[in-house]
Design a protein. Structure first.
Lengths: 368, 368
């Protein structure tokens, strides 16, 4: 069994910031970049946390992600903006787009920011939360490389196009939906392989486009994802492609290269960010109090035997995050080695590594 | 076998308008009311077409739907409005809300209209299409009486909360997603019963909250719908409840009585309507041309053997509608009798009935 390491959020943040700076990212951008990834990691969304840093840095090194570029505002009105990301850091571009959307909502009730030529923006839920803040409803999405088939299709048609809808409550953390439009994330295939379990019917197609339940039938990156809820999830992915890439005038569908396989090609994707100021409709405190009522109602719903109470969207992430703030974040040996290697490649001094070996009985919190 | 009747869209429109007028609806409102239902019927969405008129009129008669009331604008800014529907006709309220949202988008790029104390607004897709028109993206939703369980729940938790996202193309009809958040509509149970087929696993709970695949286990109205894609569909229904009822300050969750069973109680539901002017982001013709490219791409996708080409969201409805404009609409004897009975109850002369018996070999178009 490989080792596990533990690190506090603060130290991980500092390490990642320094790492990005080592690769030419400005001080300010490096902080934004690191913070979003560590926040995601803390919420237990490991697939979109620090494990992704290797891919970001591979792209910086290959020159397909340009850390020197700022955004360009191509078109702007009091309620809207169209932004060219200039192939910069998706997370930094998104942070700026969120700020613009919120400022417009602050002044005019609603802000809608459309972005093209960005890069992978991390977890949609992070931007949902930032858009929402303490007083708004946030909606955002991104397109992504084709991976999801049409319900009756045999090939990768469109991205899984994750999106988030997020709203604040009073005594509870945000209600924050963050989903993509596939039945199951690629990363989950590892678990099925490890457990020797067949996929649920209808979740994957093999390399040749035939439905399969066998997780060993081809290499993991070659599986073709089916849309969740068939025509409903596929319809959502079509609409998210329209609201992101087609509205922004960015690359869509098969024009989007693979973020993983095509390291030497730009991966120009599009996003949108909407901020809606709640008090343009209702007194903010009343809204939040009603949100608490809704959450209390969901918590009290009778459940099938053997299940714990119903959780609302975003509840698990918030609870995991609160616990990890105290216990620190657990990372596998492979991820830590990757991070340290990237650091030494840029001559960073890692003799005093911030990653400590976790005790054998250290229990990782990913569930509540 | 019961008889089938055929009627042209124009005559059905006129009949329904007169019928509503007979029940005290103003000329103008009756036209709006009839037009939306006939349009829905023409698109092949029979569950939300003229079959619903009986319920609307039962509510008018019982006084729980007030046809004399206009909307009140409670709060308004250049980009937003909060509307009290005053328990009027949901379809008429929605038509007005759409007009307000579009006007605001016309002037300021985006319009967001929130509505409370409305009634059943028909099919979400109709309002998506109206919001979109020729130049905007439309997004809308409604909440509804609780019918969908939480993924692990045993009871009806929230409405199926249908929503629509709609955008115009150039040479093709609108791309228009119109879905609710349940695995399967209640109405489909009739088909499973008729064919003696078990439900797909995970689609329904019985009256006692236990998973079932037996369509005969209890009366149809007592089945409990499961969310599509489990936590994803449930998350969507939670967020739609927030974007409709909680933002508007309307009734939410269990506060919403049943539109079918509680005829003597008001059914005060909430909606939202967003219009986004496309040319605030991109030249409208470029956007539409790219929409056509997306559609062409979807049409050319390879499909599993035995399937015809991939259809985009809204394509089937548009094609059916085009054909029914020529052939007329087919209605079952039960629906026609219901309509005629409601007419005679108000002393309307139906000696010259506009419904003609359809030839035995008349083929109804519900598929393309």
């Amino acid at each position: 069994m490989s080792r596990k390491y533990v690190i506090s959020l603060e130290r991980l943040n500092r390490f990642c910031t320094d790492l990005f700076k080592g690769y030419g990212v400005t001080n300010e951008d490096a902080k934004i970049f690191a913070e979003a990834l560590v926040k995601t990691e803390a919420r237990g969304v490991k697939s979109h946390g620090v494990v992704r840093i290797k891919n970001y840095i591979d792209r910086i090194v290959s020159g397909t992600l340009d850390v020197t570029k700022d955004i360009t505002i191509l078109k702007e009105t009091p309620t809207t903006a169209l932004i060219d990301g200039n192939n910069g850091i998706g997370i930094v571009i998104s942070k700026k787009a969120v700020e613009i959307a919120r400022k417009k909502a602050e002044e005019n009730g609603i802000g809608f920011v459309s972005v093209r030529r960005s890069n992978h923006f991390g977890a949609a839920g992070i931007w949902g939360l930032e858009l929402s803040g303490d007083d708004m409803i946030g909606i955002c999405a991104t397109n992504s490389e084709p991976i999801v088939s049409a319900p009756t299709g045999k090939t990768r048609a469109l991205g899984s196009n994750p999106f988030s809808i997020t709203a604040p409550a009073k005594k509870y953390p945000h209600v924050s939906l963050d989903i993509s439009n596939g039945v199951m994330a690629l990363g989950k295939i590892y678990e099925y392989k490890r457990l020797g379990k067949p996929f649920p019917e209808g979740s994957w197609l093999d390399t040749n486009g035939n439905p399969t339940t066998d997780p060993n039938i081809n290499p993991i990156p070659e599986f073709i994802m089916r849309p969740f809820g068939m025509h409903k999830g596929f319809g959502l992915t079509v609409m998210m492609e329209i609201l992101t890439a087609i509205l922004a005038g960015g690359e869509f569908g098969p024009q989007v290269s693979s973020v993983y396989r095509d390291i030497d090609k730009p991966n120009p994707i599009s996003h949108f960010f909407i901020a809606i100021r709640i008090d343009y409709f209702r007194e903010l405190n009343d809204f939040k109090a009603t949100m608490d009522e809704l959450i209390d109602y969901l918590h009290e719903l009778p459940v099938q035997s053997g299940n714990s109470k119903v959780l609302y969207p975003g509840e698990k992430g918030a609870a995991v995050s609160e616990k990890k703030l105290k216990t620190g974040i657990i990372l596998g040996e492979d991820v830590v080695n990757e991070l340290l290697n990237m650091a030494t490649d840029k001559g960073m001094d890692i003799s005093n590594s911030p990653f400590e070996i976790a005790p054998d009985d250290f229990e990782e919190i990913t569930q509540i």
